[in-house]
Write a protein that binds this ligand. Structure first.
Ligand SMILES: [Cu+2]
Length: 181
């Protein structure tokens, strides 16, 4: 027996019942619509980028970026450079170039966050994600992200594509505390 078909049929029956009840009790249409909506997955939100504070910083304003750092990505599963040093409070524009023949990405995060995300990518290789701290770059192209490092510490940038992270496509970002030379 096909479970999906059964569920669909059950849901349709439930909605029919609900509609009948609503009509009988003169419940406003809105209420039944809200009810029917709850068992459906929500569509991804679109619109302007929300600047959410992360442990590794926050989305930056391109106008505030006084520094631009070029990063190369290769099919040898390496970033060039592999280590980046910034100062706390600095807004950096990363210009990420894919020198390879396959898709690569540049994702900033904590070690733990990237490791968790990389694990997900192995389980769901076609998972789509887009956040202001990541750039997905097709072969021969260049991607850009602007990020403000408002928290000091040691972070990571990585390509989380299944096999790439595991192959060592990881770099280090060191954010020196503000006020220190
Ligand atoms: Cu990669």
């Amino acid at each position: 027996m096909n479970e999906a078909t059964t569920n669909k049929g059950g849901r349709r029956a439930a909605i029919t019942r609900l509609a009948a009840t609503a009509a009988a009790l003169a419940i406003p249409l809105l209420a039944s619509r809200a009810q029917a909506h709850t068992d459906k997955p929500h569509a991804p939100k679109s619109g302007p980028v929300v600047k959410e504070q992360k442990d590794w910083g926050i989305a930056g304003d391109a106008k505030r970026a006084k520094r631009s750092i070029a990063v190369g990505m290769g099919d040898n599963m390496r970033f060039t450079p592999q280590r980046i040093e910034v100062r706390q409070g600095e807004t950096v524009k990363f210009v990420v170039r894919n020198d390879g023949t396959q898709m690569h990405e540049f994702v900033i995060g904590t070690k733990a966050e990237n490791a968790k995300h990389a694990e997900m990518m192995v389980k769901f290789p076609n998972m789509e994600h887009d956040e202001p701290y990541m750039a997905h770059v097709t072969p021969g192209k260049t991607g850009e992200i602007v990020w403000t490092f408002n928290r000091a510490g040691e972070f990571e940038f990585a390509c989380l594509i299944a096999g790439h992270y595991q192959g060592g496509m990881v770099g280090t970002i060191v954010v020196a505390p503000a006020g220190k030379a």
